[in-house]
Ligand binder design. Structure first.
Ligand code: NAD
Length: 459
């Protein structure tokens, strides 16, 4: 049976006359905006951050490291098909399609204030005689969805002729340009089944495959569940590495990963970012600590002390000062949120260690501001002044590390969190320890530490 949709909003999507307002000019909002503009829509990107707004309008991507990943079409900026504005912009508020891409994390915790502020703003401008589509692309707890309609409709509670509500979580992998909005299957759900044709048509313009579900709660939850699988696996990976200190667990994980349905994971100094470590808090909102997700509770409890244990091992086995390369949790971009480096630096500083941090995307002042007691390490000239060097983030900027270390008479011992420098450093004169291999965890391997085992990194 052919369904003829007569909704004016649906028709405006089909003929591209619909204006789209996108809330949040981070990677998610900007990449959505540029994709919809490319498909012929007019987009306003709203942000409370005035400097991001200014940068975008000047044609600059305001996200360090993302300059090549987001294409701001200069012509679209000139003719107003793409513009960045502040939240009080009346034209942006007046649009009938609103995509919410604001941050939902703060200080390592799920945080819903920006979402609530945006919903209130959209609601205050909504006219009950017009259709409205609000789609939440940010990662959310499904419990927050109960707040959406009351916040949109305010005290009146009047839903009007047609409020279409959707969740359309994002799953881009920003390190791989091939895994993007267009290529990755998009999970989308609506509150009301009647909204499905319109919402499917909208997202079908920018994503090749749209998996539409009849329930927006399911779509939202699928996002945190897919990340939760990964979180629990990664915690288990770190646990196994610690439980088998005498085995090369990095190789065990590589071997296990040769099975068709097992990913190859690597132990590390910690699980970073604002997606995977936050997933227990979104998926387990209201359930954690209640005995309903005991595996997740246990993983969270163990993981909360992981950086302290790593700090303890480092300070008991390796000399200080300790340098750490990479604050951003992902390479080649500036993403310090949920940085395992910062957690480790705090744990090392708490043990009295002399810690020095470097990240190519942060100035000395920014490193000191973030570093919780750590000092800044100047790259590459300060490499000689540390005795232990942790490679936390394999930024391309560190490609010459083997040359710099080889040029030193007595290079620091390298602790490689992810084993990315194994092939170039193992076997050189640099003392090299890959996390998850016996060298890091073994009690009796003085040859692999600087001088004596049991030395103190505070030295
Ligand atoms: N970055 C990713 O790869 C990725 C992947 C999947 C999901 N997500 C999720 O997408 C969401 C956005 O991620 P991001 O990386 O783009 O975040 P971000 O923090 O870089 O950007 C969010 C933007 O929202 C703005 N903002 C906050 N409150 C606002 C308000 N009231 N009005 C207008 N703007 C406001 C902030 O100033 C900021 O510029 C988060 O929920 C995140 O978990 C991100």
């Amino acid at each position: 049976m052919t369904v003829i949709n007569t909704s004016p909003l649906h028709r405006s999507i089909s003929d591209r006359s619909a204006r789209i307002t996108i809330w949040g000019a981070g990677f998610i909002g900007l990449s959505a905006a540029t994709a919809f503009v490319q498909e012929g829509f007019r987009c306003s990107v709203v942000d409370v951050n005035a400097s991001r707004v200014r940068c975008i309008n000047a044609g600059t991507v305001p996200l360090p490291g993302f300059e090549d990943r987001v294409h701001l079409d200069p012509q679209a900026l000139r003719d107003g098909r793409l513009r960045a504005v502040s939240p009080d912009d009346t034209d942006a508020l007046d649009a009938q399609i609103h995509l919410i891409c604001v941050n939902t994390e703060r200080g390592g915790k799920a945080f819903r204030d920006p979402l609530q502020a945006v919903l209130k703003a959209i609601g205050s401008a909504h006219r009950a005689d017009r259709e409205l589509l609000v789609s939440i692309e940010s990662t959310v707890s499904v419990r927050w969805l109960d707040l959406v309609l009351p916040l949109l409709t305010g005290a009146t509670g009047v839903v009007g002729t047609g409020i279409h509500l959707a969740t359309a979580p994002r799953r881009d992998w920003l390190l791989d340009p091939e895994m993007n909005l267009r290529s990755l299957p998009r999970v989308v759900g609506t509150l009301n089944p009647a909204s499905q044709p319109l919402v499917t048509e909208l997202y079908g313009t920018v994503s090749d495959v749209v998996h539409m579900t009849g329930d927006w709660t399911r779509a939202a939850l699928s996002k945190s569940v897919e990340n939760l699988y990964r979180y629990v696996d990664l915690v288990l990976t770190n646990q196994l590495a610690e439980a088998y200190p005498d085995l090369d667990m990095a190789e065990v994980f590589r071997l296990a990963g040769t099975k068709w349905n097992v990913p190859t994971l690597h132990p590390s100094i910690g699980i970073g970012g604002y997606c995977i470590p936050l997933s227990p808090h979104y998926a387990g909102d209201g359930l954690l600590g209640e005995g309903q997700l005991p595996l997740v509770d246990s993983a969270l409890n163990w993981d909360a002390t992981h950086s302290s244990r790593v700090a303890q091992w480092l300070t008991s086995k390796f000399d200080g000062p300790i340098g750490i390369l990479g604050v951003s949790y992902a390479p080649d971009v500036l993403l310090p949120q949920g940085s395992p480096t910062l957690a480790l630096a705090a744990a090392l500083s708490a043990r009295g260690a002399d810690v020095r941090l470097h990240d190519p995307f942060l100035s000395t002042e920014e490193v000191i501001a973030l570093g919780e007691g750590a000092r800044a390490l100047r790259w590459p000239e300060d490499l000689a002044s540390v005795r232990t060097l942790v490679i936390a983030t394999p930024h391309t900027a560190y490609a010459k590390l083997p040359d710099h270390l080889s040029a030193l008479n007595d290079p620091p011992t390298v602790i490689d969190s992810l084993g990315r420098m194994r092939d170039v450093l193992a076997g050189t004169k640099v003392r090299y320890v890959e996390m998850g291999t016996p060298a890091l965890w073994a009690e009796h391997d003085p040859a692999l530490v600087n001088g004596t085992s049991g030395s103190d990194a505070t030295r």
